[in-house]
Design a binder for this molecule. Sequence first.
Ligand code: NAD
Ligand code: MG
Length: 394
Amino acid sequence: MRSLSIFGATGSIGEQTVDLLLRAGGAETHKIVALTGGRNIARLAEMARTLRAEIAVCADASGLAELRDRLAGSGVEAAAGTTAIVEAAERPADWVMSAIVGAAGLEPGFRALRHGATLALANKESLVTAGPLLMAEAARHGARILPVDSEHSAIFQALVGEDIAAVERIILTASGGALRDWPLERLAKATVTEALAHPNWAMGQRITIDSASMFNKALEVIETREFFGVAPDQIEVIIHPESLIHSMVAYRDGAIMAHMGAPDMRHSIGYALNWPDRSHLPVARLDLAQVATLTFRAPDLARYPALRLARQVMARRGLAGAAFNAAKEVALDHFLAGGIGFMDMSGVVEATLEALDADLGHENDAMTLEDVQLVDHLARQRAGKIARRQAGEQ
Ligand code: NAD
Ligand code: MG
């Protein structure tokens, strides 16, 4: 029986992973090791009972008593807190879903690689903050990382049987998010609710706002560079409002391989779950005659400063990704709390990168997980200060 763990099981990706697992027989056909969640303890306990998990862990340490209560008599162990999540990742499992949101997802994925697990990686922040480390850790332990981000799953699939040396360009598609058709001058006033109205994908709150600002695409450009090892200038972004082409690989003979399908994350979660097989998935089938047209347009960098910042981060590499991601998370918190405007987020990130310049090292410096965590911490402090100052001025 294949053993599995899901980190971030109660989130958007986690729930869809559980959905596919249940359809594939759940606890009858899989041994579920660890399930983790944040504050939704009722849902975590319910999943752990249904899937007969070995252990359920909630991130919120104050939730332990409730989790124990809800799991009483089920035989599922209960634990709580960040350390307990990392310890749960040390329990061997054949396949591990990394679907915690944010930098908190890094360490559990890292630990899972140490016992050779196949890591299904939804947590793009892991590659952005610590790409070289993560890839080296996987190689050292003979572990495999399978991308779950839809763009990267699409690229991975378009590369099957091909030589990466024959790749000319990787073309990431972007929906453009909720505000893509707004005039530039209105963007500064966009509210959280408006930025959350994603036209195509139903996702967690944070990534939905990041889609509207293209911080999500900026993270994905860096993720592409780290995962596939291509040069930054080989990576392009194109706005494709229909979100039916999930990304493309352009080869040196002029051929472009595109991955198409309905915008449903269960495509890429299911591909990673069934890999190297392709099994039936409960996703909508495309009727191309109904679709009729696909449209594309180049992204306007004035609207999306995040894309420009991603280029800076890639040129710098080292610990710049860790600072970029942490500053972005803090800027997003301040936008969500109403302190700063939609277009101020990129300003906070840019100012943080400038302020920390001397601490970010260089492309070829050896980095450790501790370095990444330290820069993450410094960038959060600095970005917080900058965002509070900005909020005070408004
Ligand atoms: P989400 O907010 O819906 O769920 C996040 C999960 O992580 C939840 O289980 C939550 O309880 C848990 N969590 C949050 N903070 C935590 C912390 N500090 N410590 C431990 N656990 C914590 O997020 P999501 O949309 O499912 O995204 C998960 C990851 O997948 C992100 O890295 C995101 O960028 C990536 N991703 C998501 C989608 C999507 O469609 N939702 C698509 C591509 C990539
Ligand atoms: Mg994506």
